[in-house]
Write a protein that binds this ligand. Structure first.
Ligand code: CTP
Length: 440
């Protein structure tokens, strides 16, 4: 019996796929189809796949052409599969010509002509893209954010509102709408990404939501709890998505770390300690350690221990008139745990995250907020485990993808719950108003 194997993502199954499977089947007597797992696709840079693995497997099964379906999970698996199943022929479409010649050592390799004029990418792109405008003056962040747009189907950045066009990338300068008038931008887009001065957020978000425009806004969304509440209410009333942007929440390593904790791998969590620092050479009036770093550092505290703490204390070292903090430490006391964050823009420390448990701890080395790596550590070091996950675009592209899906599915799919958004806002507001703040 001649055994044939072929691999693919098979997202939104189309006649190009079916033609390929038909011809693959005709090459032998028994056809095995390998369908790529979501994680494997991610590491290959395919993050736009619309259907789940189960749906894609079902679609291939429904063609009736596969005698067996397997899942492709890791690099190098093809060789293992060929040996394991005693494969005679490996085949894929001609778009891969030459790429799999190395498999000739194990079986015959056949490239079949690709069907012209159709692909999953094109079908995905045909769904009309949601237009987006970006708002802000800080070029490094704006440039990075704009450049991530190409990885996400379903959204298209078409304009910018800024007062600092000179420092923006050429790609930004060439957007269709380039303006410093926020109203002009809002009149031409369906969604906005806001990375402006914190004091402008409330007005800018409110204006957008009142026009039915979806908003992705860098954290903290607001520095005042009542204002934030009002904004979420307007969003609900107008069927808009209002999503807080903290890219760390979308980094694969960080998300996996949270899942591992939930499965009890270090016992009960007793302490969360996060440090974020960047020594900045800015004017003193532009130093805002807590506002700039606080949300990121607070994220693991609230996501791991919740927001129901008993007490908190904010300790800050200010550069002038209680506004610009060089260094801030926040201590939390929970019923059965403690947490502490340290953030600084005029002091330097090791930017690590340590989660202490009753049976072991998790160590995330600096800079933990854009990490691709962490360790599970135990008393008995031979039980230690290391985890590595690719960090694509520092999490921004997954954040953008989540925003698009939220708009498409009309529900907030954010990794940051509304409750955590409120708690971050509350901390910011207390800091602004000097509540529970100790000056050093
Ligand atoms: N294929 C084909 N003709 C097409 C599209 C795909 O013969 N028009 C083949 C590919 O060469 C591959 C298999 O179908 O052997 C599965 O391809 P897959 O990557 O899942 O499909 P694409 O439509 O190419 O997906 P994408 O646009 O995401 O790359």
């Amino acid at each position: 019996m001649k055994k044939v194997i072929t691999y693919g993502t098979y997202d939104l199954l189309h006649y190009g796929h079916i033609r390929l499977l038909e011809r693959a089947k005709k090459l032998g007597d028994y056809l095995i189809v390998g369908v790529t797992a979501d994680d494997f696709d991610k590491t290959r840079g395919k993050i736009n796949v619309q259907q789940s693995l189960i749906d894609r497997v079902e679609a291939v099964r429904a063609t009736g052409l596969a005698d067996k379906i397997i899942v492709e999970e890791y690099e190098g698996q093809k060789i293992d599969d060929i040996k394991k199943y005693g494969i005679d022929i490996f085949t894929v479409g001609s778009d891969w010509k030459g790429k799999f010649d190395y498999l000739n050592e194990y079986c015959e390799v056949v490239y079949l002509d690709r069907t012209q004029g159709i692909s999953s990418s094109e079908i995905r792109a045909q769904k009309r893209a949601i237009s987006m405008g970006i708002v802000g003056d800080y070029a490094p962040v704006m440039n990075k954010f704009q450049s991530e747009d190409i990885y996400v189907n379903g959204i298209e950045i078409i304009g910018i509102c800024t007062n600092n066009l000179e420092e923006m990338s050429d790609a930004i300068k060439n957007l269709s709408i380039v303006t410093n008038d926020y109203d002009v931008l809002l009149n031409n887009v369906e969604s906005v990404y806001i990375r402006s001065n914190y004091n402008l957020h409330y007005e800018q978000i409110k204006k957008a939501l009142n026009k039915g425009i979806h908003v992705l806004c860098e954290s903290p969304i607001c520095l005042n709890e009542d204002e934030q509440k009002e904004l979420f209410e307007i969003a609900k009333k107008n069927n808009c998505i209002l999503m807080e942007a903290i890219k760390t929440a979308y980094s694969t390593a960080y998300s996996r770390l949270l899942l591992l904790l939930k499965s009890g791998r270090i016992g009960r969590v007793i302490s969360v300690d996060a440090i974020c620092s960047s020594l900045l050479n800015r004017e003193t009036t532009n130093i805002n350690s807590f506002k700039d770093w606080g949300s990121t550092a607070l994220l693991p505290v609230f996501q791991i221990l919740g927001t129901d703490y008993r007490e908190k204390r904010i300790i800050s070292s200010f550069l002038n008139d209680n506004k610009n903090d060089a260094f801030t430490k926040v201590d939390f006391i929970y019923e059965n745990a403690v947490a502490s964050i340290k953030v600084a823009e005029k002091a330097k420390s090791e930017g690590e995250l340590i989660i202490t448990g009753t049976e072991g701890y998790i160590y995330v080395p600096a800079p933990w907020w854009k990490t691709d790596y962490f360790e599970l550590r135990y008393e008995n070091q031979t039980e230690n485990k290391r985890y590595f996950y690719q960090l694509d675009g520092e999490g921004i592209r997954y954040e953008l993808l989540t925003f698009v899906r939220s708009i498409q599915e009309k529900k907030n799919l954010s990794n940051i719950s509304e409750e955590i958004s409120y708690e971050i806002c509350k901390l910011m507001s207390d800091f602004e108003n000097g509540i529970d703040v100790i000056k050093i």
